[in-house]
Ligand binder design. Structure first.
Ligand SMILES: [Fe+2]
Length: 463
């Protein structure tokens, strides 16, 4: 699979010894019938979204490369089917290979994105038929698969959840390709709800008290290997922005000459923006005294009240320094998002343990943009932090590193090979992230120069 590759270390709770103010995370165990239903629902929803993204353009656009940063959409389509064939048909179902000769073409590690257009790719019609044929056989495997006591891969229907998350992550990748393509709009969606004036948060930042909390998970059934295991982490008190940084706030940094002042920038970040002539977020362009942005084929004024998108880690880091602040660490972000001061427990989401709903978070490509900053009062954390989940991925200060006790599963290339100082962690998920691939513990990572992803940020400061 490409980039974010599924894995898990298997269940087992964090022993409750140590700090008395910290208790373990919630347990979420389901019966086999419910697990089968959840797996079927997740696979079906992912395929519906894949169809929406690939049916929105013609065959010429499916096979074209819209940016050297991305694969042709038709590569993603057959890659989704091929990974499903390899994991669910061959590994879980122990069935004979359907199309073993194409495995290499759709191996993300063998072929960098820029080279994928030159591969002997299945044409659009054949790619669709292949993915559909795999899915038909997978549903038989799901019907027959033991989902309890038969090993880590099928425990809690993990492999099915892993493949549903994989498809949704490629759907997010394809949504980025849609954003990068030129030409008229091919996608449409309703506008996100705006908060009523009385619903806006009262303060610009909140104080997150210091002390230990439980980070990561050992019990979330479909959590991936890098989210595991649950462990205690101590965090000093800090202030955190109530909402993500807005386009309006970021525009002030741009107009203050922020992109031309090396004081605010990490040296390699400043060299990178100068080398590439970068002077604003990706997709922004000057329009007289103001700014426009291009969003899924539509050019519009930059919306001041919306969380800023398409900034690199370097741009986020420079803004924070200019503002006299800093990016939160990954542990700070997760404490703000999951720790409940009233009980000392880490919850699945900022609002509690219940799954996301449209009232709580902007997820699942229901909208093609973030909601205005201050939206979703029902999704606020106990301390009143808004939009931690959904809207925009949030860059953190932290490198992508394993948790204490990490063990790679089902294979090293999901996350272990990416650990180190090259990648920065992003948290929270964006409007184009499906709830199945979004949790309070979910970790995304990318290069600090990356700008086409749906990433923004919020800032913090020491007490
Ligand atoms: Fe992949």
């Amino acid at each position: 699979m490409s980039r974010r590759r599924p894995g898990t270390t298997g269940p087992g709770d964090l022993p409750g010894k140590g700090a008395t103010t910290v208790t373990t995370e919630p347990t979420a165990r389901d019966e086999p019938r419910a697990l089968r239903g959840r797996a079927l629902g997740a696979l079906t929803a992912a395929r519906a979204r894949t169809a929406l993204l690939t049916d929105a353009v013609d065959d010429g656009e499916l096979t074209a490369q819209h940016s050297p940063l991305m694969s042709p959409l038709v590569w993603d389509l057959a890659h989704i089917g091929n990974q499903e064939e390899q994991w669910l048909l061959r590994t879980v179902g122990r069935k004979a290979a359907l199309r073993p000769e194409i495995d290499s073409v759709y191996d993300a590690f063998e072929h960098p994105r820029a080279t994928r257009p030159s591969l002997p790719l299945l044409p659009p019609g054949e790619a669709r038929r292949y993915a559909a044929e795999v899915r038909e056989r997978v549903l038989d495997v799901l019907d027959a698969a033991p989902l309890d006591g038969a090993g880590r891969l099928t425990e809690d229907s993990f492999a099915f959840g892993m493949i549903a998350q994989h498809e949704q992550q490629h759907d997010e990748t394809m949504l980025i390709t849609h954003q990068l393509r030129s030409g008229p709009a091919a996608l449409s969606a309703p506008e996100p709800p705006a908060p009523a004036p009385g619903e806006l948060p009262a303060a610009a930042e909140v104080l997150v008290p210091g002390g230990p909390f439980t980070m990561g998970t050992s019990t979330e059934p479909w959590a991936l290997d890098n989210e595991r295991p649950a462990h205690h982490r101590d965090v000093a008190p800090f202030f955190l922005d109530t909402t993500p940084v807005t386009c309006g706030a970021f525009r002030a940094f741009v107009e203050d000459g922020g992109y031309r002042d090396p004081r605010w920038w990490a040296a390699e970040g400043y060299a990178q923006i100068r080398r590439n002539g970068i002077e604003a977020p990706l997709f922004w362009s000057r329009d007289g005294a103001g700014w426009l942005r291009r969003r899924f084929g539509v050019t519009e004024p930059v919306p001041d009240g919306e969380p800023v998108l398409h900034v690199s880690w370097y741009e986020a880091d420079a803004f924070a320094r200019w503002a006299g602040r800093r990016l939160p660490t990954e542990a700070e972000w997760e404490k703000a998002a999951r720790h409940d001061p009233a009980t000392g427990r880490s919850r699945r989401f900022p609002w509690g343990d219940a799954d996301p709903t449209p009232e709580r978070a902007n997820l699942g490509q229901r909208h093609l943009r973030p909601a205005p900053a201050g939206s979703f009062p029902e999704g606020a954390s106990p301390l009143g932090v808004r939009q931690l989940v959904g809207d925009v991925w949030e860059w953190t200060a932290s490198d992508f590193l394993p948790y204490p006790g990490f063990s790679a599963f089902p294979y090293r290339e999901y996350s272990e090979v990416f650990f180190g100082s090259s990648y920065k962690v992003l948290r929270g998920g964006a409007f184009g992230v499906d709830p199945v691939a979004c949790r309070g513990t979910f970790r995304n990572w990318d290069l600090p120069v990356r700008r086409q992803i749906f990433a923004g940020f919020r800032t913090a400061r020491d007490v």
